[in-house]
Design a protein around this ligand. Structure first.
Ligand code: SF4
Length: 283
């Protein structure tokens, strides 16, 4: 949404509502296709979650097993991605945009290294050895002030009557303010718990523990409220006829570089040209 209101509308407005229509289905499938880099990150999370579950049952994996499990998860995701692309065959343009790939060796190495470094992290090991850890489902939403919010961390850890919410951040962080803001988001709808974030940055996992104040929670709720209002306003621009004429394009060509639906967007021939055309139509 921040990077492109149009992509947001296509994904959460049209693709979500028009699955019975061929273009709606095409959009849905296209958004399901992730880059191998993202699939590698998703496979790290999946491997760590499996590792923690087995560890809780007394099964400790060797590094060799971590590698096997990661590679299995990654290969499965790549296979799944390729099969979605194969289903798009009747559409010529997506074929040109999405290419079937094989799991790349260097991505496997990166994924395995990150998994092993996390399970060897001293703070992570302390949780594994001293807490009861439960995996949390990130597809489960919470209703915050009437708004459906997906803000689930990865684990809930309980030890010595203390409760911790653990989140594995695979995409780094820009500032401590961002870490604190993310912690406030994860804390919403939860009782007072310490938020523990393991974040990959510059070749290692950084640990941040945050206790979110009520003031910070209130401020993040206000932000969510404003975001949701903005989303509603954008979605209203297309109703009732799914008319995209007034929906703004991305603010930078960088957002278009990896956009899953570029082939369906007027910006495929250049973002600035698409914006000028839109301006002339609206005048
Ligand atoms: S191609 Fe660019 S402008 Fe079009 S939907 Fe994607 S990100 Fe937005």
């Amino acid at each position: 949404m921040q990077r492109c209101p149009r992509a947001f509308v296509l994904r959460y407005g049209i693709a979500a509502c028009a699955t019975g229509h061929p273009t709606g289905q095409l959009l849905k499938d296209s958004f399901a296709i992730q880059t191998p880099w993202i699939l590698m990150q998703m496979s790290i999370r999946e491997t760590i979650r499996d590792y923690v579950e087995d560890y809780q049952m007394g099964l400790k994996w060797s590094n060799k097993l971590v590698r096997i499990k990661f590679n299995q998860a990654f290969q499965y995701r790549i296979k799944d991605r390729n099969s979605i692309i194969a289903q798009l065959q009747e559409w010529e343009e997506p074929e040109m945009v999405f290419r079937k790939v094989k799991p790349e060796k260097h991505l496997e190495e990166i994924g395995v290294e990150r998994c092993i470094k996390l399970i060897q992290n001293q703070s992570f090991i302390r949780f594994l050895n001293t807490a009861i850890i439960k995996s949390l489902s990130f597809t489960k939403s919470k209703i915050i002030d009437g708004i459906k919010v997906y803000n689930s961390p990865d684990f809930l850890a309980e030890k010595d009557q203390e409760r911790y919410l653990i989140r594995i951040n695979l995409f780094g962080y820009n500032s401590i303010e961002q870490i604190n803001q993310d912690a406030a988001v994860f804390s919403l709808g939860m009782k007072d718990q310490t938020i523990v974030q393991y974040t990959w940055k510059n070749g290692g996992w950084f640990v941040h523990k945050t206790n979110v104040s009520q003031k910070e929670k209130n401020s993040i709720r206000r932000l969510i409220h404003l975001d949701s209002k903005q989303m509603d306003n954008i979605l209203k621009l297309v109703r009732p006829k799914n008319n995209m004429e007034q929906v703004p394009f991305a603010d930078s060509p960088r957002a278009c570089m990896h956009c899953s639906v570029r082939f369906l967007c007027p910006a495929k021939h250049g973002l600035e040209e698409a914006k000028s055309e839109q301006m002339s139509l609206m005048c």
